[in-house]
Design a protein around this ligand. Structure first.
Ligand SMILES: Nc1ncnc2c1ncn2[C@@H]1O[C@H](COP(=O)(O)OP(=O)(O)O)[C@@H](O)[C@H]1O
Ligand SMILES: [Mg+2]
Length: 377
């Protein structure tokens, strides 16, 4: 989960990284009050989970409280890269002398972290990285060793940052570790004319796998890209929207991944990834079906189950019960294999729902589901 700038800022502050004074609001009137409290002149900043706000007109200097109100009114409701601005942050303006870039990001392929730093930070850092990669230092960080002062000194010197930034680099690493983040970025980290080091903008991506112990940010407010993904997440389902017409439900992420491939191999396109996991209870099946059936792009649904500890008869019972609560509006092709497959198939046969058909192999079921989707298109 990505955090908003004001949340990232709070984490930085808690770990001793200096940030400008700032407050958030969703009301232009209150923006005026905040500006007054902060000394009059403020930077008004759109709070959306995307970068490039400055270039999109979402970061503006306001000279006094009246201007802050006006600017907040302009920025609130603005669309930035598909995100609607619901909140603005008002921050004390800083007298910038230099802008640096520093971040730590998980490097999955290498199995460690990467420190990325540059003395040429700010809004054009992507361009710097593209045109002059030598201006951006990339230093591997061993997660077991972390960023000690010595390591931080190495990063700062490789990037040509002032040696004093080493302290910020150590603290930023502590943010990453203690908050279970996959990415922490400060851009810009600035040196002011008075020689102070401040983090003016922050991005933090938390590891969702640590959500159970990082509950403070409330993932329920997460703005997902897709309403179906939002609905599925609310039901606790592992669902990813795709762009095809064959709905897919399976038990186990690996099986679902291969199901997507087999559907694609049959000349159709999967409409989603949905792993209902090992338990596959009637309720989970019903929740999964209701999300998939509410997708107007879905023309047929392929339920692919390999019975293991949860045997096929239990899954078949689950499907039958789910059909009591969810009105089936599209054809369902079910493939049951593995533990107690024969009993599972018999349960579905007995139920004899007109829109449910069975296939004994994964390939056969995928072909059937693909045909049904194509016929309905
Ligand atoms: N408090 C501040 N005081 C002075 N300048 C600021 C302040 N906050 C941001 N800026 C300037 O605005 C630029 C863009 O703001 P930033 O928060 O980095 O947004 P984004 O990266 O989304 O464009 C920064 O690079 C910095 O030059
Ligand atoms: Mg920035």
């Amino acid at each position: 989960m990505d955090l908003f700038e004001h949340q990232a800022r709070q984490l930085f502050e808690e770990h001793g990284i200096v940030v400008p004074r700032a407050e958030i609001t969703d009301s232009p009137k209150e923006a005026r009050e905040i500006a007054r409290r902060l000394g009059g002149r403020v930077v008004v900043k759109a709070q959306v989970k995307t970068g490039g706000r400055g270039k999109a007109g979402g970061v503006k200097l306001a000279a006094d409280p009246a201007a802050a109100e006006l600017t907040a009114r302009q920025i609130l409701g603005m669309e930035i890269k598909g995100h609607t601005v619901g909140t603005v942050m008002l921050a004390q303006p800083v007298d910038i002398e230099s802008e640096f870039y520093v971040s730590y990001v998980l490097d999955r392929a290498a199995g460690r972290f990467l420190a990325i730093a540059s003395a040429e930070g700010g809004m054009d850092v992507e361009e710097v990285a593209a045109t002059r990669p030598e201006a951006v230092a990339r230093i591997p960080v061993d997660p077991a060793e972390g960023v000690t002062s010595a390591k931080a000194g190495e990063i700062a010197s490789a990037a040509g940052l002032p040696p004093r930034t080493a302290d910020v680099l150590v603290r930023l690493w502590q943010v990453l570790v203690r908050e279970d983040a996959l990415l922490v970025e400060v851009n810009p980290l600035v040196r002011t004319a008075q020689g102070q080091l401040l983090a003016l903008d922050g991005k933090v991506t938390l590891d969702d796998n640590a959500g159970f112990r990082q509950t403070r940010w409330g993932a329920e407010h997460e703005d997902r890209d897709d309403p179906l993904e939002t609905a599925a997440a609310a039901k606790g389902l592992h669902y990813v929207k795709l762009d095809g017409s064959v709905g897919v439900i399976g038990n186990g992420a690996g099986l679902v991944m291969s199901t997507l491939d087999v559907v694609a191999g049959c000349g159709a396109r999967p409409a989603n990834f949905l792993d209902i996991g090992g338990g596959a209870s009637a309720r989970v099946m019903a929740d999964g079906l209701s999300v998939i059936l509410s997708d107007p792009a879905v023309k047929s649904v392929f339920v692919n189950v390999f019975g293991g500890i949860t045997a096929c008869d239990a899954v078949a019972e689950g499907i039958v019960q789910a059909l009591d609560t969810v009105r089936l509006t599209k054809p369902l092709v079910v493939r049951l294999d593995g533990n107690n497959a024969a009993r599972g198939r018999a349960i579905l046969d007995e139920h004899a729902h007109p829109l449910v058909q069975q296939a004994t192999t994964m390939d056969g079921a995928a072909r059937r589901a693909a045909e049904l989707a194509t016929a309905a298109a």
